[in-house]
Ligand binder design. Sequence first.
Ligand code: PMP
Length: 420
Amino acid sequence: MGKNDLLKEVTEKYRCYINPGLQKLLSFAGLGVEVRAEGCTIYDSEGKEYLDCLGGYGVFSVGHRHPKVIEAAKQALDTMPLSGKAFFSKPVADLAEKLAEITPGNLSYSFFCNSGTEAVEGALKAARAFAGREKIISTIGGYHGKTMGSLSATGREKYKKPFEPLLPEFSFVPFGDSDALEKEIDEHTAAIILEPIQGEAGIHVPPPDYLKKVREICNRKGILLILDEVQTGFGRTGIMFAMEHSGIAPDLATFAKAMGGGVVPCGAFMGTPEVWEKFFGENPLIHTSTFGGNPLAANCALATIEVIQSEGLCEKAATLGDSMKRSLEKVRESHPDLIAEVRGKGLMIGVEFKMDDVAEIVIAQMVKRGVVVAYTLNNPRVIRFEPPLVITEKQVERACEVFAEAVKETSSLLTTVLEE
Ligand code: PMP
């Protein structure tokens, strides 16, 4: 079969058997069929190399197929990849201990699952069970997943409207505004859920004292703080967990994405002993998952944490993130008519365009030049740069050069269209 035939065959199957709209979206961006990946590079079936600056939406923090994570996976594959669930499992126990060690505050207990949305579902249940109250406050633009519970906490109408009524008693306040949060709390409030840095909303870093104030308000009002670190966790923002930038700890936290080292799906929510006692105290089986907490994922997560620590990936994300942001800022200065802002922390960077649909064209121009990026789900005007944290300085430079070329090309395309 010719190389082009494979692309034709696969896109046709996406169109007929998966999702015709998604097929159009991927084809518009000019993306081919991925066949292999390593480090920061993805190879397609036509032999083209791509520098991955999307990182699987935050999954590939240690790069694609990191040898230590692959080794950990193989070890589990050779012995027992999935848990019998009726037995104790050492890798699962070791991972829970390690997470308790590396997370701030009193987050001692872990429940393991397979995705971000599952982690959020569990945390929401735990919060309601603990408080005996039903109201959950979330933030406008916040993203917590697309299953019914997490979707109820997600702050974008477009994704929610077709499925209403969703869970009752969810309300939304502006992100970064602690006064608005305080006003929204009443005697029915169980918890507030938010991301330490909003990802899908378009990469928004809150004011420096925001999380501290939120923590203080939660303490004073007697409600729980749930921090969603699904995207920010495991080194992405230049520190192991983004909450550490503000020196506070939540009552519940959620994790996924990078946790499985880009090799297997792995997620978790963690809580304090007080929360756990109320949630699981009477019935240890009140919340369960067949696949959650398996040796394969646990082994990979342990290896991932080891790699992040031993290769200094948090520090790398901080320094390379700073230089990447500076280079992207220079592109903004050359195109102030198109680009509104460059923002972010570590290697979680967003570039916001001033008009709709420009980001899509820039993305396609970048893909054409061999660099993969995407827009943020709750704000399509923002291109996200979330490369593997193992990216080199040279690769960062190349990504920024390609971005500059793509913006320049888009600018002249737009000028031509407007003149016609
Ligand atoms: N929370 C946050 C902060 C996220 O960024 C995401 C995914 N973008 C989710 C939850 C949902 O994760 P998943 O897609 O694995 O369900």
